[in-house]
Design a protein around this ligand. Structure first.
Ligand SMILES: Cc1ncc(COP(=O)(O)O)c(C=O)c1O
Length: 471
């Protein structure tokens, strides 16, 4: 095992989901048990390469893109990553929720290689290809709602959110949009405006598009109820915007970046009723919660509430850039030809990957596997409470689990403790992501395909990291 201590933190400003800090010196170095690395393909791994790349990174790239690790990836397989110095990490971040089917799933790679041999780009808007249609049909079938649906493809999550709002506006002829405090919908202008967290996502980047309103997200732990959330919307209707001018309410059924708070089914049902009453569209942002992560194909299915439009991305294409907007067919057809799309939107290589991802989720029963993995995390965290009284709540749906830390004496959020757990885990070779408005939640986004032995090894590191942080 190679061990080394990198220099003191760089002081990078909080930056991206799960990358809110770089506040520890990284001393990576898990052992090599639990899996054989993929061939390095002649790539030379040697000491001090991370340090060299870090120096070049600082000189060549902007700090506004916050980066968690000061170790550079060389190769990865399923739930493991090896850095340029040959050190192994167990990946509980999954590229921020992108790798429900793991790194380089053989079936995804085979589908991509086959597509690479055919063509890589025509632009769907110039010459279409069957895979786009086939994937649209699958999403129309798999997403919640037994009504006619249509789908368009984009490249990123934020782009899908932007397009969902465009579609909602043109379909309703209304302009207002309501989102939730603590929400994260992306970094483009509209997605950023909808995001309900100022630092680091919005501070200094305004002005934002008008007619965006926020209402409290119900979090019982912090004293906000479903009633409070609904009262918040009704207050908006009285004081800020006529409901007849609201095009859509946008919600993550499990808040991701905001802290892995599950929207209570009662909230989703009451939103549905409110939307029906005022002819407002309900948009579900399942970019992080979709594709088996929560123990259903989509998190909305837990509440039995059908959104009018659902946006997906991340694990849709197993590591290739692809996002989708799926919705009621009449809404999706509201925009005239040319109003939607993009040069790379629905890239054929990503589409091939996504078709394989859907087969893998079905064939390997990853919906069920999410519940097994989630139970293992829950049990580990609940058992760790004795040693780590900072654990305020263990929560989640399926394998979309989070653990929130507070100071046991004051019950105040404890981001310092959260950082310590993350740092200890990193030291031992486990990649963990944080989240939450107060940066005091650790979220778990490991591949659902993770081998039992690797999962157990990681949970053991997690146990030890919690104890070490509490000591
Ligand atoms: C719920 C949610 N919506 C939107 C986005 C934005 O996706 P992207 O980063 O691909 O633009 C994210 C990304 O973390 C997300 O978690």
């Amino acid at each position: 095992m190679v061990e080394r201590t990198l220099p003191a933190p760089l002081g990078i400003v909080p930056g991206s989901p799960g990358v809110q800090f770089v506040g520890f010196a990284i001393r990576p170095g898990a052992g090599s048990a639990g899996g054989s690395p993929p061939p390095s393909g002649g790539y030379v791994e040697r000491l001090n390469l991370n340090r060299e790349w870090q120096t070049r990174k600082e000189q060549a790239t902007a700090r506004g893109v916050g980066v968690l690790a000061q170790a550079f990836a060389a190769r990865a397989q399923n739930a493991e990553i090896w850095d340029v110095e040959g050190r192994r990490y167990i990946d509980f971040a999954g590229g921020i929720g992108v790798l429900n089917t793991g790194h380089r799933h053989p079936k995804v790679i085979a589908a991509v290689e086959a597509q690479l041999a055919r063509f890589t780009h025509t632009c769907w808007q110039v010459m279409p290809y069957p895979g786009y249609v086939e994937l649209a049909e699958k999403l129309n079938r798999l997403t919640p709602g037994a009504f006619d649906k249509k789908t368009i493809f984009l490249s990123t999550g934020a782009e899908a959110v932007e397009n969902a709002i465009k579609i909602a506006r043109i379909a309703t002829g209304r302009s207002g949009v309501i989102a939730f405090s603590g929400a994260f919908h992306g970094r483009t202008m509209m997605a950023m405006a909808l995001t309900g967290k100022v630092a680091p996502y919005k501070a200094g980047f305004g002005p934002f598009p008008p007619e965006i309103y926020h209402t409290p997200f119900p979090i019982e732990l912090h004293g906000t109820s479903v009633d409070d959330a609904i009262v918040g919307i009704e207050r908006l209707f009285k004081s800020d915007i006529d409901p007849a001018r609201v095009a859509a309410i946008v919600i993550e059924p499990v808040q991701g970046e905001g802290g892995f708070y599950v929207a209570p089914p009662e909230l989703l049902r009451r939103l549905r009723a409110l939307c029906d009453q005022h002819r407002i569209l309900l948009i579900a942002d399942e970019i992080q919660s979709g594709f088996a992560r929560t123990g259903r194909w989509f998190a909305m299915q837990h509440a039995g509430v059908d959104p009018d439009i659902i946006v997906t991305a991340k694990s849709l294409a197993g590591g290739f850039p692809l996002s989708a907007v799926t919705g009621r067919a009449d809404l999706m057809d509201a925009a005239a030809p040319g109003g939607l799309g993009g040069t790379y939107a629905g890239n054929p290589v990503s589409i091939a990957a996504a078709l394989a991802v859907i087969d893998v989720i079905e064939n390997e029963k990853l919906v069920d596997r999410a519940n097994v993995v989630g139970d293992a995390i829950r049990r580990t965290l609940e058992a760790a409470r004795d040693n780590a009284p900072q654990i305020a709540e263990v929560r989640g749906l399926g394998a979309m689990m989070g653990v929130e830390f507070v100071d046991p004496a004051s019950a105040v959020p404890d981001p310092a403790f959260t950082k310590r757990v993350q740092a200890h885990a990193f030291d031992a070779g486990l990649l963990l992501l944080t989240c939450g408005v107060h940066f005091n939640v650790i979220r778990f986004l490991m591949p659902l395909t993770i081998e039992d032995a690797v999962l157990n090894e990681a949970l053991d590191i997690l146990r030890r990291s919690l104890a070490a942080a509490a000591a």
